[in-house]
Design a protein around this ligand. Structure first.
Ligand SMILES: Nc1ncnc2c1ncn2[C@@H]1O[C@H](COP(=O)(O)OP(=O)(O)OP(=O)(O)O)[C@@H](O)[C@H]1O
Ligand SMILES: [Mg+2]
Length: 253
């Protein structure tokens, strides 16, 4: 059965699109058949994370009947199918997303939906098309307060919340501790991605950080979430592996 997973958040700008793109690539690289859908039709960003420009066909062209879905799918070298939305066209209704998802059902193991922020109609429609959700939040009071609102919506819709991914973690005394967020949210913290300049660099280069800096801690954190989602243990690391990884990280700059 295809697992349709919405990536949601209470607050905007907490890293949903960045996480969605890297999670989708990570899943594909572990052998899963994956489609990534830009579900943020009024703030479409997914294409930028893959260096695509306005000349590529998008979900908007498909809905208008100007392209077949196969023309709008960008095949990433990881095997991932990306269905981007047009960042210059804000006329599409989020109901159209459901049709795009139907095209993938049965063909893919995972459909990842990069949702808009908040708990409004478009997020509800993304959740209604999903059977699972992951909540992205920064470890701060405002982000967690708002994340609780979107959690309520996900519960109302009846999707299975797989946990909270903390992003842009500084690990300092100014942010909420992991266990405090878990208690406030009543959810497992399924991942913690550090604040990392490589992530910003990767976006600027139009590629996932998984390929920009494969040995970075941010990538290791995304991989940890991937293994949890697919229910597999990450490969065991010997002390030598750890030294090698440290050295490769050093060479990565
Ligand atoms: N782990 C990270 N380390 C450093 N910077 C990050 C990290 N994650 C995200 N960012 C930065 O935060 C910005 C916002 O991220 P992103 O666009 O993924 O958020 P979003 O939740 O999708 O936003 P929106 O709600 O507007 O859709 C990125 O452009 C990037 O610069
Ligand atoms: Mg986004």
């Amino acid at each position: 059965m295809t697992r349709v997973v919405s990536i949601i958040s209470g607050k905007g700008g907490v890293g949903k699109t960045t996480f969605s793109t890297n999670l989708a690539v990570s899943l594909a690289e572990k052998g899963e058949r994956v489609a990534l859908l830009d579900g943020d039709l009024t703030g479409a960003n997914v294409s930028r994370h893959f260096g695509l420009d306005a000349s590529n066909a998008t979900i908007n062209d498909v809905v208008r009947g100007d392209a077949y879905i196969t023309q709008a799918i960008y095949r990433h070298k990881s095997g991932l199918s990306v269905l981007p939305a047009d960042f210059e066209d804000h006329t599409l209704d989020s109901n159209h997303l459901k049709h795009a998802i139907l095209d993938f059902l049965g063909q893919k193991d995972f459909v990842i939906i990069d949702s808009p922020p908040g708990a409004g109609g478009p997020v509800r429609r993304a959740l209604e098309s999903s059977n699972e959700a992951l909540i992205v939040s920064k470890p701060s009071y405002p982000a967690v307060d708002n994340a609780k609102v979107v959690k309520k919506l996900a519960n109302e819709v009846g999707v299975d919340i797989r946990g909270v991914v903390l992003n842009q973690v500084y690990d300092d005394h100014l942010e909420l501790r992991h266990d405090v967020v878990a208690e406030k949210m009543g959810e497992e913290i399924i991942g913690e991605i550090p604040q990392c300049d490589y992530v910003r660099e990767a976006i600027a280069h139009g590629k996932p950080v998984l390929h920009h800096k494969p040995y970075s801690k941010a990538v290791e954190s995304v991989d940890d979430v991937t293994y949890k989602l697919i229910g597999r243990e990450p490969p065991k690391k010997t002390p030598l592996d750890k030294v090698k990884k440290g050295f490769l990280r050093f060479l990565d700059g």
